[in-house]
Design a protein around this ligand. Structure first.
Ligand code: C2O
Ligand code: CU
Length: 470
């Protein structure tokens, strides 16, 4: 898929390695190894108590993996130890990261073979809610449980009573055995809406139960780790504001009302007050396939934290480099999305060959960007360091797609650049819709740009953007 790209990057890595070796002292052997993050098999109670446990793959054997927390500006170091039977890697989703640490096999690193290690070390420029997940055969590895939350704390955190990180996963389990259905890459999933599960969990639990007090102020950090499911969530007995999207604080927090939609890989930080009374139960509800709202997390309310609700919270402190200047005059690149079931794609280029749709389908490749299936050596766009770039995304398919850009956050361009949406790393583009994003290409390297419906990414919806070094 990416022969030349990986060779180029490999060479540059070697060159940098040689320069660094000249300039830096050789680390002494006594230096402590970074803390391990072990990718391995494990067991989890995904279904309600009383049903069998599910065999999963997880970081440190858990799904979700350990919650990682660090202060803004700190450096995070983890040694990935691969005890899985297959190669893997870790992507730190939403972190404006050093390219070599981005975890994309074939683009930024070689896959970490079974029994091998990879040392990740990178700075955390932004506070917010992020997550990490496997980025090798993601459509299988994330579905098996290889993901976890990564929280970066503000230097000056908001005034709350407590926070809860709620990471939602979507599992496709065999109804008899409660084991993960191993039909990864099933053609129907690839060509339709992606791999949908039949059980949505929060922090790995089918029915997460919590306790809270009336008028308590909670920060809820919501993360959608599902393979393909667009979550519709709503609050019952909780009232508050959307404070941040995809880690980045909103200048003007929004009322958290109605259905809160979270596409795969998106995050939402809420600050909510418990308005349910003593003895009642507050809920985070999720709309199921049956169109009904079901309790996803339940908080039993006992007592009260104070006699009154607190005043409206201040916005979260801004992160650095939030501005996207010069959008009106920026260069625009088009990304036409085609393919999938019931689509109009007749033919596209795959591995250098022009193939008819049915020949692509036989190879499990159902989608194309600008007439090309999957990532090739040529990036979608090459940007100068610091350039503002616009990408017009035309969804000429009958499915929604959650487009994720690695390495840099973007803003949604409205009214031809007269107004800009919030800074995000993933945008949901509905069927038939055209959207435009703009970002400052301020992070050098090769950055993946793909659909986060992970079966789509594996079936053609992956490209990349190159940001030059200087
Ligand atoms: Cu969260 Cu390339 O992905
Ligand atoms: Cu998609």
């Amino acid at each position: 898929m990416s022969r030349d790209t990986s060779i180029k990057i490999h060479r540059r890595g070697l060159l940098l390695g040689a320069v660094a070796a000249l300039a830096l002292p050789i680390p002494s052997r006594s230096e402590a190894a970074p803390r391990a993050l072990v990718a391995r098999r494990g067991k989890a109670q995904v279904t309600p108590e009383g049903y069998p446990e599910t065999e999963i793959w997880g970081f440190d054997g858990q799904a979700p993996g350990p919650l990682l927390r660090a202060r803004q500006g700190a450096r995070l170091q983890r040694r990935l130890v691969n005890e899985l039977p297959v190669p893997t890697s870790v992507h730190w989703h939403g972190i404006r990261i050093d390219n070599a640490m981005d975890g994309v096999t074939g683009l930024t690193q070689a896959p970490v073979a079974p029994g091998e290690i990879f040392d990740y070390a990178f700075d955390l420029p932004d506070a917010g809610t992020y997550w990490y997940h496997a980025h090798t055969n993601s459509y299988e590895q994330v579905a098996r449980g290889l993901y976890g939350a990564l929280i970066v704390e503000e230097a000056d955190p908001p005034d709350i009573d407590r926070e809860e990180t709620l990471i939602l996963g979507d599992w496709r389990l065999d109804r008899e055995t409660a084991q993960i259905a191993d039909d990864f890459g099933a053609w129907h999933d690839l060509s339709h809406a992606g791999r949908m599960g039949n059980i949505v969990t929060t922090n790995g639990k089918f029915d997460l139960k919590r306790a809270a007090r009336r008028n308590e102020r909670l920060r809820l950090r919501l993360i959608n780790a599902a393979n393909a499911r667009i979550l519709a969530l709503s609050l019952v007995g909780l009232e508050g504001w959307i404070m941040a999207l995809d880690g980045m604080p909103l200048e003007h927090p929004l009322a958290a009302q109605g259905a809160l939609r979270l596409a795969p890989s998106q995050r939402m930080d809420l600050i909510v007050d418990v308005t349910a009374a003593d003895g009642e139960t507050a809920h985070l509800a999720q709309m199921n396939d049956d169109g009904k709202w079901w309790s996803q997390v339940a908080w039993d309310i006992t007592g009260s934290a104070s006699s009154q609700r607190r005043p409206r919270p201040m916005p979260l402190p801004p992160n650095p480099r939030q501005a996207v200047p010069g959008v009106k005059d920026a260069r625009t690149v088009t990304l036409a999305m085609e393919g999938g079931a019931m689509g109009r794609l007749q033919a596209a280029t795959y591995a250098g060959k022009r193939l008819a749709f049915r020949d692509l389908a036989e190879r499990g490749q159902f989608w194309a960007f600008n007439g090309t299936v999957g990532r090739t050596d040529a990036p979608l766009a090459e940007a100068a360091l610091g350039e503002t770039l616009r990408i017009r995304i035309v969804n000429d398919t009958v499915f929604p797609h959650a487009m994720h850009l690695h390495g840099m956050h973007f803003r949604d361009v409205k009214d031809d650049g007269d107004s800009l949406g919030p800074l995000r790393d993933t945008l949901l583009v509905q069927q038939g819709e055209t959207r435009e994003i703009a970002f400052v290409a301020d992070n050098p390297g090769g950055w993946l740009f793909h659909c986060h419906m992970l079966a789509h990414a594996a079936s053609g919806m992956t490209t990349w953007v190159k940001v030059r070094d200087g």
